[in-house]
Design a protein around this ligand. Structure first.
Ligand code: ADP
Ligand code: ZN
Length: 721
């Protein structure tokens, strides 16, 4: 038998399929170890065939193979498609489908030993009391874990094992990373609106349904019902959420409802746990894959529904090669499995909403919260007036008053701002020197707890400056406010209140998010201060006030999607308020109170926002009316990087010249952040009328290979810095 094998070496030069001979039966998708270039490497069987074009004596032999296929037929064909589409080595693409332990071969399944009676007729000597006790214990219990028995009955265990009266067996135990996620099972009667949504998804001819439902409209229950009916029909399901560690409540709900049928794929798990969850899906003992974008590659067969919650979230686009979007993978899997896709959001991406408006996707609207709870009232506060009134603090008078009321009434508040640390910039008031990272072209953020400066791009830390390194001056000033400073100010204003902070600095460790969220949910704190992590779908019934401290921050980000992002962020954070009986309030602080995006957000007017935004995108020819393509060229040696930029640009220019009518924009330049982690960054920026020159662009970029300089293509990148 001949096997076509792809070796797991992520070098584009060896990204070819090689023929190997095999003495034992294997099937496509099986992991093998093979001799390759004088080494032993892992590979995967892509195809099995009878004949090779190479003479039999030249073929090397497969050493070993797993006794199960790691990749099913669908995954193999999907991997090939992705590799072609993004010009990405197949070996690298296959890795999307596999937990790390499958590749390194260091699979450490965990075993436990169990002991039971093997010979019922054995009678121990009368004086051996321990042996008698042990046998009677086992005849009652059937079996017991070896360590338990050994600690109880000591040497008697070994003695009886030796005599053959007992037998010991090793069994694989699956690690259950979410054992402690209790959660009671709450099956609810769907509201008529929820039922109608379920029916529409089920009955529509269209593959994709967009659930456009305000925050608190009960979308989760709709997803769960659809997943349950897929399982009832003997099928499987994929449930995608933006950041799984931020949604412990969702996880407990899923566990409570589906028990062991739900497998959670999550980057915070240990490699072993991840492997176990993956394996349960592959074997079919778990039938729902839950996770962030990578869970779209779950090893499932016969998928009945794919749910993408918060579909607008930026985390659904991969930022490493291959730079896929989760939706397009879901689309391919839905086609193969003939199943439905459900996209849910209170603030759909403009592009998604347009496809629904044009009839490509089915659209279901859920304009009301469950039990007709009102949306929280949003008050826009003009921060320019606060400054004029001589209030330099990050809190407006209106926010202070409402915070006081909230605390007095025993409710909880969430304060959101998009900047961690203490102060955004450290500046010398004498000469204007700004502290910058040595490796990146960005200013450093002061962190008061560690009394150091941190680079938020590369993570580098620096000692706080006692004096200005440029002029020696001692008037070091802080500009801008971060989460640490907000907490400090709050403690001064409300000394009796209990405050929790949630940002990258406080959530490290496997259960960082979970800890903070569950403490807040147990009401161990009155105020939660945080970055956009606090905006994600949390459901805290006692939160009646949300303060958005700097709504402008994302608004002025240099990106065509900054308006859309701001609208989404404001709506999401606001949606955390007033989810139970008490009426919720939102205070939105801004230096730009007339801004139309903030106005629409304050009224929860998605349609109004959409009409405005789509008209502007059409007028300026931005997505979805055009495609932005960026070719990034970055390297440590600036001269070499510029040389290669010129080469790549030259080849792209030929594509441009041949298809002038398809380009709206074509130019090369510095990237907005000129250096990150010691790498100089240059780009060729293009805007295309349509996507059909993409193939040529990819060829122009990837046909030539470079050693020291990274060159890659991004389509509609979610981060243009
Ligand atoms: P969304 O995901 O749309 O923001 P959720 O799914 O979190 O909304 O639902 C909002 C709240 O309404 C939650 O507390 C949820 O438990 C509750 N809820 C959802 N569906 C029902 C129902 N059919 N009956 C009663 N309560 C419900
Ligand atoms: Zn840096």
């Amino acid at each position: 038998m001949i096997c076509e094998v792809i070796v797991d070496v992520a070098h584009s030069e060896v990204d070819k399929i090689f023929d190997y001979a095999c003495d034992f039966p294997v099937e496509a998708g099986v992991r093998v170890t093979v001799p390759f270039a004088g080494r032993t490497v892992t590979g995967f069987v892509m195809r099995v065939k009878d004949m090779s074009d190479f003479p039999a004596e030249k073929l090397k032999k497969i050493y070993r193979a797993d006794d199960f296929p790691a990749l099913n037929a669908e995954c193999l064909s999907l991997a090939k498609k992705i590799a072609e589409r993004y010009r990405c080595p197949l070996a690298l693409t296959l890795r999307l489908f596999l937990p790390a332990e499958m590749r390194t071969g260091k699979v450490s399944e965990r075993y436990k030993s169990y002991i039971k009676i093997a010979d019922e007729s054995y009678v121990p000597p009368l004086r051996a009391a321990a042996q008698l006790a042990l046998l009677s214990y086992l005849s009652e219990k059937g079996e017991e874990e070896a360590p338990v028995l050994r600690s109880r009955f000591g040497g008697a265990v070994t003695a009886l094992l030796k005599k053959g009266a007992l037998s010991e067996e090793k069994r694989q135990v699956l690690r259950d990373p979410y054992k402690k996620l209790g959660g009671e099972r709450r099956e609810r009667v769907l509201t008529p609106a929820q039922q109608k949504a379920v029916d529409t998804v089920t009955e529509t001819e269209k593959t994709v349904t967009l659930l456009h439902g305000v925050t608190g409209s009960g979308k989760t229950e709709i997803y769960l019902t659809l997943i349950a009916s897929a399982l009832e029909a003997g099928r499987t399901a994929i449930f995608l959420v933006p950041e799984i560690s931020l949604t412990p409540q969702m996880l407990s709900q899923l566990r409570a409802r589906f028990g062991g049928h739900a497998a959670i794929l999550h980057s915070g798990l240990s490699a072993g746990e991840r492997f176990d969850e993956w394996n349960r899906l592959r074997e079919g003992s778990a039938r729902i894959a839950i996770g962030a974008r990578s869970a779209v590659f779950a090893p499932l067969e016969n998928i009945g529904v794919i749910v993408i919650d918060e579909e607008h979230d930026g985390s659904y686009s991969s930022e490493t090669s291959p730079r896929y979007t989760t939706f397009e993978i879901a689309r391919l899997r839905a086609k193969y499995n003939r199943c439905k896709i459900v996209l849910g959001s209170a603030t759909p991406a403009v592009e998604t909403y347009r496809r629904a408006m044009e009839g490509e996707f089915e659209l279901v609207r859920l304009p009301d919260r469950i039990n007709a709870r009102p949306m929280p009232e949003v008050e826009i506060v003009d921060m320019r007036r606060e400054v004029r009134r001589g209030n330099p603090s990050p809190f407006s008078a209106a926010l202070r008053e409402k915070l006081q009321n909230t605390l007095d009434s025993g409710n909880q508040a969430i304060l959101f701002l998009n900047r961690r640390g203490y102060a955004q910039t450290v500046i010398c008031r004498d000469c204007g020197y700004v502290a910058k990272c040595e490796h990146c072209d960005v200013s450093l953020t002061y962190h008061s707890e560690e009394d150091c400066l941190k680079c938020h791009y590369c993570g580098a830390r620096y000692k706080m400056l006692p004096a200005c390194p440029s002029c020696g001056g001692r008037h070091i000033g802080y500009v801008g406010t971060g989460t640490q400073k907000v907490v400090q100010e709050l403690k001064k204003l409300y000394p009796a209140s209990r405050i929790l902070r949630m940002d990258v600095d406080t959530t490290s460790g496997k259960e960082g998010h979970y800890e903070i969220l569950s403490r807040f949910s147990r009401r161990e704190a009155d105020i939660l201060v945080g970055t956009q992590m606090v905006a994600k779908g949390h459901d805290f019934p006692s939160v009646t006030l949300v303060g958005i401290l700097d709504a402008d921050m994302s608004l002025h980000f240099p990106d065509y999607r900054s308006g859309e992002r701001t609208f989404q962020l404001v709506t999401q954070v606001a949606g955390r308020s007033g989810r139970a009986e008490a009426q919720g309030k939102v205070v939105l602080q801004t230096y730009d109170p007339e801004n139309y995006i903030l106005r629409f957000a304050a009224k929860y007017d998605y349609e109004g926002f959409y009409e405005h935004e789509i008209a502007m995108r059409a007028a300026t020819a931005f997505p979805p009316f055009a495609k932005i393509v960026r070719v990034m060229v970055s390297g440590e040696d600036e001269r070499e990087t510029v040389e290669i930029l010129k080469e790549v640009y030259g080849r792209l220019q030929q594509v441009y010249a041949a298809h002038l009518e398809k380009f709206l924009f074509f130019n090369r330049m510095h990237a907005p952040v000129k250096r990150i982690q010691n790498k100089y960054r240059y780009q060729v920026l293009m805007r295309l009328v349509e996507g059909d020159v993409l193939k040529e662009i990819y060829s122009a970029v990837y046909d030539e290979k470079y050693k020291n300089v990274l060159v890659y293509v991004e389509e509609n990148p979610s981060n243009l810095s």
